[in-house]
Design a protein around this ligand. Sequence first.
Ligand code: PAF
Length: 280
Amino acid sequence: MIICKTTQEIRDLEANLTFGKKLIGFVPTMGALHKGHISLLKESKKSCDITICSVFVNPNQFNDKGDLARYPRTPEADIKMLEEAGCDIVFMPSIEEIYPKTDTRVFDFGAIDKVLDGAYRPGHFNGVAQVVSRLFDIIKPHKAFFGLKDYQQVLIIKKMVEQLQLKVEIVACPILREADGLAMSSRNTLLDAEERKAASLIPKLMQEAKTLSTTMSLPDVKNKLLAEISANPLLKADYIEFCNADTLQPITEIKPGKKVICLAAIYSGKIRLIDNLFIN
Ligand code: PAF
């Protein structure tokens, strides 16, 4: 596996490996890798000739500086995991390499950026779009792989690709879960034992949302779930919402032919976790 730290190193490889003739798969990450990331890498390896993974904690997508400072960083373990999983190239740039000057671009993603994490983490998706477009520009992948745990992020990135008319296919991959159902996330490593136990309620709430939505109104289901969250002293909900899966606009009833997804952002202690589940 080749480790690159600069854009120039990627450019040199491009020339040497005659990237032009090969199908490039790209897995962008913020490191602290887990099996969920590796499943994206495996997906890329299935259909691409060369798989490149980036490890870069992007300051521009953190609206909360404490969250940025706390974000787990495990570069040595990441390199080992990527090597074992058969990654061809890992790109581990510095902040200066990605942002040689301040990125002042402001994207307009319309309504899908105004709800859920877009509302609770102002500027987050703009920062994601800045870094992902910058990484696409450096790597020039044919396909890029993203996990569906970040469902809103996947929709935003698809929209960004459309708006910037980029020639990259966005491949959305299923959520990987721990044995107790908790969606895999780098943030899970920050949970202490009590918080981890409380967090395991999140996937259960998602399942409950799906089951109850067949017999109860969506607002009633939402209130019931919010009450269950409030009853646990370690949990605090930013939101739990039923949305149209294409537009992400909140809905109060399931209409025939419309895909509905339940999305949640819930703190366990200080750690903010997200999850989602299609309910029809
Ligand atoms: O999903 C993530 O880990 C990040 O948002 C991404 C896509 C790597 C951009 O920093």
